[in-house]
Ligand binder design. Structure first.
Ligand code: PMP
Length: 425
């Protein structure tokens, strides 16, 4: 059946789009390895991993067989009062990989952030302390549900639209010093000042370790994280690490916190958890936090979505963790980082380029002006690649199986787009 593009245009909302003037969409009919196949015949080299998630590539035999064999046993049963091997086996792997004691399985990245914030609030409630504020960073992104949005950059998530409804939290300046630059202690001044001014009311600090993704693809210095951890320890404030984008090898470490040698009190993962097959997320924490949460007035943790622990998603996630445990991702991500280091600097020659940066399997080209989305997207498709810029950022986070050749084609397509000046006027 052909994709009814007219119906799509007239009736379906896509992420961050208008019904009045929707951007064109390309009809996908299949995907395998690093390729996305369009109905119009093109095979596009994927530079996005479907927003950080398809780390092993598409249509992976091991993930396919995990999904197929699970679907023949049971697609879903409620997690209240029942349990099953896919959830238990995934739990064993995840907790040992991340070094935590307790795991809450949720539906999406945003929900895992809601769960983390709720855990922190309930933790303090159990201790008999009224703490309801979160400290976070400008340019951060934690999701589109309301609590997640309340700790997301106020300008990017349009807090002003929801004023009066959205809880108001505390924002510190985001780190300016880049990952590979020398550490400047002045970079921590705003965070320290906000922390010291508010710590008695802080339930937790929440941040994206090392990479601020949707808020600008900023790669910051690990020392910033060490300073945050030290302050949280000194004043007994919880630290929530949102590794929904960075988790599972993307930055060159299994978890980005490892760049700083720190561990959070609560960790959120999602996206690549199922290798990009379906939505699933997890919030992990320590025995101390979990038992304090459950030792309070409620006597339990007050959250339980209908599709919690969905066996199909857990079975695929378990297979995805098996692939990661083989360790091959380490060489793959290191090779991608090496390719970016070779290929990206030459893009600086374009007057429109403000900065290029990379870390692990993340490559970023920051421009002075926003791109013309319609034109640049058409150009990329014509060049046989799938790259989806936003604003002034053209960025890549390709599947880990991408070869140097694939990356050359992605970077060539960006180079020719800049050559043609496909930026907004
Ligand atoms: N946190 C971070 C760091 C993210 O990058 C995202 C997704 N872009 C989310 C949370 C929200 O995840 P989801 O879209 O699955 O709700």
């Amino acid at each position: 059946m052909r994709v009814d593009l007219q119906f799509d245009h007239d009736h379906l909302w896509h992420p961050y789009t208008s019904t009045l003037n929707p951007l064109p969409c390309y009809p996908a009919i299949g995907a395998d390895g690093v390729y996305i196949h369009l109905e119009t015949g093109e095979a596009l080299i994927d530079g996005m991993s479907s927003w950080w998630s398809a780390i092993h590539g598409y249509n992976h035999p091991l993930l396919n067989s995990a999904a197929k064999s699970q679907i023949d046993k049971m697609s879903h049963v409620m997690f209240g009062g029942l349990t099953h091997a896919p959830a238990v086996e995934l739990g064993k792997k995840l907790l040992s990989m991340a070094g935590f004691d307790h795991l809450f399985l949720a539906d999406s990245g945003s929900v895992s952030v809601e769960v983390a914030l709720k855990m922190a609030l309930q933790y303090w409630h159990s201790k008999g302390e009224a703490r309801s504020k979160f400290l976070t960073l400008r340019h951060g992104y934690h999701g589109d549900t309301f609590a997640a949005m309340s700790v997301t950059d106020p300008d990017n998530s349009m807090h002003r639209l929801y004023k009066g409804f959205l809880p108001e939290h505390i924002f510190a300046d985001s780190p300016q010093g880049q990952f590979h630059q020398p550490w400047d202690p002045a970079d921590f001044a705003s965070f320290r000042a906000q922390f010291l001014a508010h710590h008695p009311s802080l339930a937790a600090v929440i941040l994206e370790p090392i990479v601020q993704g949707a808020g600008g693809m900023r790669l910051y210095h690990p020392q910033f994280l060490r300073e945050v951890r030290a302050l949280c320890d000194e004043y007994g404030v919880l630290l929530i690490a949102d590794e929904i984008a960075t988790g599972f090898g993307r930055t060159g470490k299994l978890f980005a916190c490892e760049h700083a040698g720190i561990k959070a009190d609560i960790l959120c993962v999602g996206k690549a958890l199922t290798g990009g097959y379906m939505t699933l997320s997890a919030t992990m924490t320590t025995s101390d936090v979990a038992n304090t949460v459950c030792g309070g007035e409620a006597g339990c943790f007050m959250h339980g979505p209908t599709f919690m622990g969905n066996p199909l998603a857990c079975a695929v996630a378990d297979a995805s963790m098996t692939l990661l445990q083989s360790g091959e991702w380490q060489q793959q991500v290191a090779a991608i980082e090496q390719s970016f280091a070779t290929l990206l600097p030459s893009l600086r020659q374009h007057a429109s380029v403000k900065d290029v940066r990379w870390l692990g399997a993340i490559g970023v080209v920051e421009l002075h002006r926003p791109v013309d989305m319609i034109k640049i997207q058409a150009h990329f498709v014509e060049k046989g690649v799938w790259i989806r810029p936003f604003g002034k950022l053209i960025y890549m986070m390709p599947p880990f199986i991408s070869s140097h050749d694939h990356l050359c084609q992605l970077v060539d397509a960006i180079d020719s787009a800049l050559e043609k000046d496909l930026l907004a006027q």
